[in-house]
Design a protein around this ligand. Structure first.
Ligand code: E4P
Length: 230
């Protein structure tokens, strides 16, 4: 499963990018608004930095408006993925954008039939919202499992399952185990993926014990050893 970061904050994206594990970025109107910056400049900068798929959402609700916005957004960068809401108009727009060779991310998916409609319209990604389902006591993991199973039955469907609305590391693991192709994860949750108290405790103990070896400077010791062999 690949990792996207779910943010429009460039500092957060830079940090995750520096870890060498980032495959892409998703934004939505709320995340863009939170940054208070120019939308187009933000999307363009993210694309330049990440050099991978970057979702930018349309705002129009009619088919012609969505297609127009989507085609313009796609001209910003080859990395733009046009994000479209899962409405009848959104599905019709997805078909047109897909036929025009533009990548799409169909968002706000909460039940498997919606995911099948998006795939039949040629969506590049479908975004099931795990956390928002859990918020209303519906099992978000089950939705991902169902979508993965439905897609697996039809070899003509090549839509990728992009698990979204990930709120904590357990959602992330559930998405991976359920067979999602990608999880888009908020920065705070990505930071949590590294954490375990036994890792910190073990690392501290190793460092403390290392001070007892006769020559604790690894680089110096290796260089001196290699010099004796030259
Ligand atoms: C996905 O593309 C959405 O931007 C995001 O995952 C929504 O997450 P939320 O439900 O935590 O707002």
């Amino acid at each position: 499963m690949k990792i996207f970061v779910d943010t429009a904050n460039l500092n957060e994206i830079r940090e995750v990018h520096s870890w060498g594990v980032l495959a892409g970025v998703t934004t939505n109107p709320s995340l863009i608004a939170r940054e208070g910056r120019d939308f187009i400049a933000t999307i363009h900068e993210i694309c330049e930095l990440v050099q991978g798929p970057v979702s930018a959402e349309v705002i129009a609700q009619d088919v012609a408006g969505m297609v127009k916005e989507g085609k313009l957004l796609a001209q910003l960068s080859e990395h733009v993925v046009v994000k479209v809401p899962l409405t009848p108009n959104g599905i019709a727009a997805t078909r047109q954008l897909s036929d025009a060779g533009i990548k799409t991310n169909v968002t706000l998916c909460f039940q498997p039939a919606q995911a099948l409609m998006a795939a039949l319209a040629g969506a590049t990604y479908i975004s099931p919202f795990v956390g928002r389902l859990d918020d209303i006591s519906v099992d978000g993991r089950e939705l991902i499992e169902q979508i993965v199973a439905i897609y697996a039955q039809d070899p003509d469907l090549d839509t990728q399952v992009l698990a979204a609305s990930i709120r904590h590391p357990i959602h992330f693991i559930q998405a991976a185990l359920a067979g999602a192709h990608v999880a888009t994860v908020p920065f705070k949750v990505l930071q949590q993926l590294f954490l375990h108290p036994l890792t910190d405790k073990g690392n501290e103990a190793f460092l403390k014990d290392w001070q007892k070896v006769p020559d604790p400077d690894i680089c110096g010791a290796v260089e001196r050893f290699l010099a004796t062999r030259r």
